[in-house]
Design a protein around this ligand. Sequence first.
Ligand SMILES: [Zn+2]
Length: 296
Amino acid sequence: MACLFCGSKTVQDSGLPLNRYNSKVFTCLTCTGCGLIMVDPIPSRDDLEKMYPPSYQQGVSKAKIDSHKKQPGLRFSYDRLFALIRLKGTAAKVVDFGCGNGQFVSNALEQNIAIEGVEFNATQVEALNVSIPETRFYTVDAFFESAQRYDVIVLSNVLEHFTEPVEMGKALLGKLNSNGVLLVEGPLEGNKSLVNAVKWLYLRIRKRLHRSYETSHAPTHIFYSNYDNQIRFFEQLGLKTVHYQTTENSWPYPETIKGCKTPGLFLKYLIGLFSKGLAFFTVRYGNTFIYAGEKR
Ligand SMILES: [Zn+2]
């Protein structure tokens, strides 16, 4: 298998346990060139259909949320995204690619941002168009077929789900106006971070102790990137970096003490808390990033 970021064919076993899903065995490989960790094999169309049933979207949400605060499960506050969008001016044409339940689109419309949305599932797109008639939502195919171009494309917790990130990145750049911005936020699960380190160490130790230890979850995250290979990926696509920041989130550990129903969860909560503190003193640290790159 060739690296999904740099194309190198030199890959090695990552030491992570095998993952069984949809009657198939998935492993994780590490690129010796750029350090990207990738799922192998890449999930097939059949796997993807099972991974993303219509219930994955959880309906449509027009809930008005506090844009100053980072909401649980999200990477950054809406205000951070609004500020980066406004760098392209107040009349910028924006699209949220992989807009899910439409909550960000709905809140951005409230801020007078000219935004549209794209989702993978046709039924979900229909529900979004009915519930949020102030703008338009497209299926992925309709989006790429339309002649419309944008000043800003937002990818929020979407990039890591792409099975062909380079091809998809190039296609998205084709939908940007010249000097348009690709605004991306997501996880950096291969980066320097205590939360990442504990998570991976736990899995590697369990595999060492029990050779037969396997996990069984939907391999929705196709790759685990780090600070360096992530920025190189964007720049090789043809983007000029205008903003790149990492931060530490508790995710997948509990973000608040309220979610800690067992001593194990409480310990994970403490690790997350300590790790967020460490992020203040360590450069290029953290399991989460936000990036804005301008099309050259
Ligand atoms: Zn690589």
